[in-house]
Design a protein around this ligand. Structure first.
Ligand SMILES: NC(=O)c1ccc[n+]([C@@H]2O[C@H](COP(=O)([O-])OP(=O)(O)OC[C@H]3O[C@@H](n4cnc5c(N)ncnc54)[C@H](OP(=O)(O)O)[C@@H]3O)[C@@H](O)[C@H]2O)c1
Length: 260
């Protein structure tokens, strides 16, 4: 068993997950998780090792019960412990609900909700006295967002599971929280924009701070939740969205009308 605490961040081969794991590698040995892009996952592991932490790379489809079980067996064999779980990877089909079939919804719920429940169950035998669990939610959990009907339903369930796990795991000293980012500059967000610059600009305009967020900014909040500074905080959702939700949905387009 390793002496340093160990962190698993799902979907850490790129995007928000990568930024979070690289930040946690300052104090943790790391599990780099990916689904399809081994080369990117290996690059992340190399950067983490260069900074002096241990890193293992695991492949798992989070929509698969067998893959998740196999991933936790590998982590148990390699490290013998797991102190931090960050559930970041998500998979969905962006579409209006009108174009969403039952199997699309089932796949999204499986990748986001069922995987989260299963991963926490699998983590329990590996966790010590002060484990930390963080789920990555999204504004779609609270607001209807175009194309996000299925993912929003899954993220709302993710937040609910977070509160229930927080209460159930509190006697073990484990905290369970969620982080809710607004628009963060990642490849997945670019896919959502479909190369439409107008849509991109509208997103920036709908954010009072006037820019997209960075993966490193999400990483700082997750690192806070995983630190002793947040040891009395559990069952909560921390929002970092450049003020988007403070202004509330579609009203942002009227901002300039009243700027006098
Ligand atoms: N980007 C934003 O603006 C934003 C805003 C709010 C919330 N979020 C949330 O933040 C999280 C991370 O988002 P992101 O933008 O960084 O991109 P993402 O597309 O959700 O995550 C990319 C990572 O997830 C892995 N992944 C994708 N599908 C998978 C599957 N079925 N099984 C296992 N791994 C899978 C990818 O691995 P491979 O590349 O190897 O396939 C990659 O490492 C998500 O939960 C997302 O909903 C993002």
């Amino acid at each position: 068993m390793t002496d340093r605490p160990v962190a698993l961040v799902t979907g850490s081969s790129r995007g928000i997950g990568r930024a979070v794991l690289e930040r946690l590698s300052e104090s943790h040995d790391c599990v780099v998780h990916y689904r399809s892009n081994l080369m990117e996952a290996e690059k992340v592991a190399t950067r983490i090792r260069d900074r002096g932490a241990r890193a293992m790379v695991v492949c798992a489809d989070i929509g698969s019960e067998q893959d998740i079980d196999a991933m936790f067996e590998q982590i148990g064999r390699e490290f013998g412990r797991l102190d931090v779980l960050v559930a970041s990877a998500a998979a969905t089909k962006f579409a209006s609900l009108n174009h969403t079939q039952r199997h699309h919804l089932e796949r999204t719920l499986s990748a986001v909700v069922l995987s989260y429940h299963q991963m926490v169950l699998r983590m329990m035998p590996l966790m010590g006295d002060a484990a930390r669990i963080v789920a990555i939610s999204g504004l779609d959990a609270r607001f209807a967002q175009a194309g996000h009907g299925a993912l929003g339903a899954a993220k709302a369930a993710l937040e609910s599971l977070t509160r229930s796990w927080a209460v159930e795991l509190a006697p073990r000293g484990c905290t369970v929280n969620a982080v809710l980012p607004g628009a963060i500059n990642t490849e997945s967000l670019e896919l959502y924009f479909r190369d439409d610059q107008v849509a991109r600009e509208a997103m920036v305009k709908g954010t009072p701070l006037g820019r997209l967020g960075l993966g490193t900014e999400v990483a700082d909040v997750v690192a806070f939740l995983c630190s002793t500074a947040a040891s009395f905080m559990t069952g909560q959702v921390l929002v970092l969205d450049g003020g988007a939700s403070a202004e509330g949905g579609g009203w942002s387009q009227f901002r300039e009308l009243w700027n006098t």
